[in-house]
Design a protein around this ligand. Sequence first.
Ligand SMILES: Nc1nc2c(c(=O)[nH]1)N[C@H]1C(S)=C(S)[C@@H](COP(=O)(O)O)O[C@H]1N2
Ligand SMILES: [Mo]
Length: 417
Amino acid sequence: MKETTVEGIDRREFMKRAGATAAALGAFPAFFRAQAQGATADQIVKGKIPEMIVHNAKLGVMETPLKILRKYQRTPKEILYIRNHFPVTGAGAWYATTEPIQDDNWEVRIGGLVGRPAKITVGELKKMKLVEVPAVLQCSGNGRSFYAKKAKAPGSQWKHGGMGNVVWRGVPLKDVFEALAVEFDDAARYLTANGKDRPSTPKGSDFIHSFPLHEVLKKAILAVEMNGEPIPAAHGGPVRLFIPGYYGTMQIKWLTDLYVTEKETPSKFQQHAYRVPLYPVEPGEMTPADFNEFNSRPNWGMKIKTVIFSPLDGESVKAGMVKVTGVSWNDGLVPVTEVYVSSDRGKSWTPAKIVKKEGPYAWHFWEAYVALSSGTREIWARAVDAWGRGQPLDGLARWNPKGYEWNGTDKISVKVG
Ligand SMILES: Nc1nc2c(c(=O)[nH]1)N[C@H]1C(S)=C(S)[C@@H](COP(=O)(O)O)O[C@H]1N2
Ligand SMILES: [Mo]
């Protein structure tokens, strides 16, 4: 696989040139290094591995190559993808690390349509009863690059690696509201959340999201740990709102404010980004500026999805019965019950066996054996849940202006020898 930078030059060639520049400068200041196109993930966010695929060096947006992601049942912080909206330099440099933030005095304020405003500190949260939620964290843009076969959707061209499977530990939001005796006004419909990061320009929209209050109250937690340790700064520590089954964009990092509201936040990240049309649209028919509450909906619950982990696209395998493995998951509302694999481009399907899962919101690991004869062959995989929700045979059918929520039947091609 050849990686190219935005300038279109070969990555290795670029690193050679960048190296020469670095040597010429002597000491290479960290901020300049992070801004430089071609900087590796470890140079942008301390503690990440250099093999991450960097989509945006300035914001620290990066994904995990599948060949690394597939090695772990729980995704370690060193390889977990990152999506930020504001630079990880200057005012945002404090979250350019996988080290946790230790701050028990950090406050989460609760306001809006409540009886009276309240607040709680991280120290107080840690003393409450904590629950564990193993869950998928997935950007709603994950898989966006696959839509390019129809029409390229703007934004980072994520392959499959804008996701991970991690364990969150925190206090159920319901318990927090109960402990603080939070009462809702009659008009309360949404919970709106904001984190400490701020736009780098005064006119920029703050990153804020809203969710249906009553659904979120049932399952959200104020998470203080990820994978058994305080949440890394890069991933939203010391406290993150985690809503199991929702897309990553809704999981507000560095949580500072929860508002109970009547309407969804006017933030452009709720109104014009992170939405999909309610009806199929063709490229050019609609732009993100056209989105409103009647023609579109936010990226809330995750669509059922499957990713093949082995073999990987482009790999070589021996002819005969080939073991295929991968993961499936959905929004966790009902179980993923069936996974099917095909080696004849969908003419026949072999049921896969779900061999491991840590709970309704986590990756369901599965395996199947399919017969493959010599030549270039395709392997397809898709899942169905207890409500009969499945994946489109052709993911392009769900093309949308921002390229969100890709969940097409996973299709890979292998060389069978
Ligand atoms: N405060 C804050 N929360 C945020 C974001 C952000 O930029 N600021 N990005 C969101 C998006 S789009 C995604 S996909 C996830 C990424 O989480 P991660 O960086 O821990 O992988 O965080 C979400 N929460
Ligand atoms: Mo995202």
